[in-house]
Design a protein around this ligand. Structure first.
Ligand code: ZN
Length: 411
């Protein structure tokens, strides 16, 4: 998506605020001698920002609005080192609620729905984001927070909750408990709004079937408001995101150059109107692509595909960037394949080679299936792998996460 003139002028306003506040990004701009931009090319010359920059600004170095305008902070849980603290102005909090309310509307949720919120409340953005958006919509919130499944199910029945907000794993747990307790006829859920952790189609089907509800994927990250910056519509053709608040680029994580719409790469986000802690060209390390064309729902808001993983998972084969999820998606299209596969990357005769081992679940011509899979990979991703089809049960399985990609290049 090319940046528009309006978005360019919004970026210029943010640049002024960042320079004035003397934040890390303001300093980066000053060092680069940048005081503003006037074209899309100028925009692409702006430096990126990274999570590490944000950590180094701990505790309040990101604060870009005057202290008296800051009404709240949130924090992303750092697994290592310092957390990131994001200050919000009253307008930021309100903008976030507006975006989140739009997400609910996109999912067909209205002010007569009763929304049970199970993500956590506290320093992080999850629970309170779901709540503020629901209140903005005018729906009734049942603010449960996480855990205590007995109480969750009791309230779900007594309050006749129609919407469940949760992670995919908690939704699955609730679905299984409802089944086990035989209380499905007392559950009134119609829709689920599920946080954007990566989850497979199989899990999605299970939750959807067992609870008998429609599922919607919500996207967001604490650094950029929180959850609620995008969601899929009922046509399920990717997540519409709010381009009046955010400008999203997809870049090649190696060359750092923007890729054309439709191509896979790293999501980079610029906040257009955020005051407390604006971010310009923030590298999320999430992998996805912009879906070209128009959605059947008629919404003009552009679409991001499902998050396909993290840039850290990326493999480079014969100069092509490949992600395990792309291979998985292709294998998923072959009904003859089981869900098990293994990818081995090696260096053969001075060339990168990808070998894909797949299990078949029926009696098929192994060589023919291998050939068709290799051709599909070539046409979708751009290189030909060596494919070996094996019998069901031959690939290793483990209780924990099965290691599916094995790197055998040691040079
Ligand atoms: Zn749509």
């Amino acid at each position: 998506m090319q940046i528009t003139d309006l978005q360019i002028s919004q970026v210029n306003d943010r640049i002024k605020a960042l320079v004035k506040a003397g934040s890390f990004y303001g300093k980066k701009l000053e060092e680069a001698g940048i005081t503003g931009i006037s074209t899309a090319e100028d925009f692409e010359k702006l430096p990126f920002s990274e999570k590490n920059d944000l950590r180094e600004a701990y505790p309040l170095g990101l604060m870009t609005a005057p202290e008296e305008e800051i009404v709240r902070i949130h924090s992303s849980s750092g697994t290592t080192g310092l957390p990131v603290i994001i200050p919000y102005t009253a307008k930021d909090v309100d903008d976030w609620a507006i975006m989140f309310a739009r997400c609910y509307e996109m999912a067909g949720i209205t002010n007569t729905d009763r929304i049970q919120v199970t993500p956590g409340y506290g320093l992080w953005t999850a629970g309170i984001g779901f709540q503020n958006g629901a209140e903005k919509l005018g729906a009734m919130v049942i603010p449960m927070g996480p855990g205590n499944t007995d109480k969750q199910l009791q309230m779900m029945m007594d309050m006749k909750s129609t919407v469940i907000c949760s992670t995919s794993s908690y939704a699955l747990l609730l679905a299984e408990e409802i089944e086990k307790r035989g209380i499905k006829d007392q559950i009134h859920l119609k829709k689920g709004v599920i946080g954007s952790e990566r989850w497979g189609e199989t899990m999605r089907q299970r939750i959807s079937n067992e609870l008998g509800i429609e599922l919607y994927d919500i996207y967001g990250l604490t650094e950029i408001y929180g959850p609620g910056i995008g969601i899929n519509c009922k046509y399920n053709t990717g997540m519409h995101y709010w381009d009046d608040y955010l400008y999203i680029e997809i870049i090649d994580p190696v060359t750092l150059k923007p890729v054309p719409d439709g191509e896979m790469g790293e999501i980079v986000i610029t906040t257009l109107v955020k005051e407390g802690a604006p971010l310009i060209r923030y590298r999320t390390h999430d992998l996805s692509r912009i879906i070209p064309g128009e959605c059947p729902c008629g919404s003009k808001h552009p679409r991001l595909d499902t998050i396909m993983g993290r840039t850290d998972d990326m493999m480079k084969i014969k100069g092509v960037n490949v992600f395990p999820s792309q291979i998985e998606e292709i294998l998923h299209q072959f009904e003859e394949c089981s869900s098990e596969y293994q990818i081995r990357i090696s260096h053969l005769d001075g060339k990168d080679t990808m070998r894909i081992y797949v299990e078949t679940n029926g009696s098929v011509d192994f060589a023919d299936l291998a050939k068709r899979i290799a051709e599909r990979v070539k046409s979708k991703i751009g290189f030909t792998p060596l494919v070996k089809v094996v019998e069901l049960g031959l690939l290793p399985r483990s209780e924990k996460k099965t290691k599916r990609v094995i790197e055998e290049r040691y040079d």
